[in-house]
Design a protein around this ligand. Structure first.
Ligand code: SF4
Ligand code: SF4
Length: 251
């Protein structure tokens, strides 16, 4: 059986999700044995930039006309398109204030030179092309990438957690920073998968993995407000990793 052809691409972002794949050091040889990676600029200067691909993994947000064209071209080339990382899935940090006047922002930062730059408001991949599967995280978790690759190799779509970070936090019996210390923790609305990493360190969750689908936003907002947080504080926190549905509902 021939190996599936794969491309791994980055649009605008820190490229951390591609790095997570490269950092799967103990599994890299197995990955290369199972996948025919044809196009991966971060890893190789020799790429086939035209071939058809069974699977494309795409990191980063769409933040320029060039990004949009590149993404549409990737979509044409691939069977399955997998968005990797919160920028690709939700727009990421760059999208937090995308409702502001973009022309003014570019002018304020780059002055006259801004007019010549190819910059557009940050968009998630699904706002531009059809996305078949999302792996969120800032960056993504190595285990979720490996899980996704092994499932895709077997013709299945991976199954990722649909519950909240609070569940992972409680399973590990960490003290609740929201209830016990009154800290603004987004664990109740954020999708699990990181093993409550920040809570292990005693730091509130800032929602870097994006929201769970069925978050009870009203109930969480009521709890945050009961703890003394203003709506402005809550919305600002919720928008940190993009204007997700929970952030928009809270406004
Ligand atoms: S609110 Fe934060 S600290 Fe409390 S259980 Fe949820 S994730 Fe843990
Ligand atoms: S606890 Fe929250 S902020 Fe920390 S890694 Fe997990 S999802 Fe991201």
């Amino acid at each position: 059986m021939s190996k599936p052809t794969v491309g791994i691409f980055g649009l605008t972002g820190c490229a951390g999700d591609q790095l997570v794949i490269l950092n799967c050091e103990d599994q890299l040889l197995d990955i290369l044995g199972a996948l025919d990676i044809r196009d991966f600029l971060m890893a190789s200067s020799e790429n086939d930039t035209e071939c058809e691909l069974d699977i494309a993994f795409v990191d980063g947000a769409v933040m320029s006309q060039r990004n949009e064209e590149d993404l549409k071209r990737i979509r044409e080339r691939c069977g399955l398109l997998v968005a990797i990382g919160t920028c690709a899935v939700w727009g990421g940090i760059a999208a937090m204030d995308r409702n502001l006047d973009q022309k003014k922002l570019i002018q304020d930062i780059y002055g006259k030179m801004g007019k010549k730059l190819d910059i557009t408001a940050a968009r998630a991949l699904h706002e531009v092309v059809k996305v078949d599967f999302n792996i969120s995280g800032c960056p993504i978790e190595k285990e979720q990438v490996l899980n996704a690759i092994s499932n895709l190799l077997n013709g299945n779509l991976p199954v990722l957690p649909e519950y909240a970070v609070c569940t992972e936090c409680k399973v590990r019996e960490y003290n609740c920073l929201l209830i016990e210390k009154g800290e603004l923790c987004l664990g109740p609305m954020t999708v699990a998968g990181c093993n409550a990493r920040c809570l292990e360190l005693g730091i509130p969750c800032v929602g870097c993995r994006g929201p769970i689908d069925d978050a009870n936003v009203e109930s969480a907002l009521a709890l945050f407000q009961e703890k003394g947080f203003s709506q402005e504080d809550i919305v600002r926190k919720l928008r940190t990793f993009a204007p997700t549905p929970a952030a928009i509902q809270a406004e």
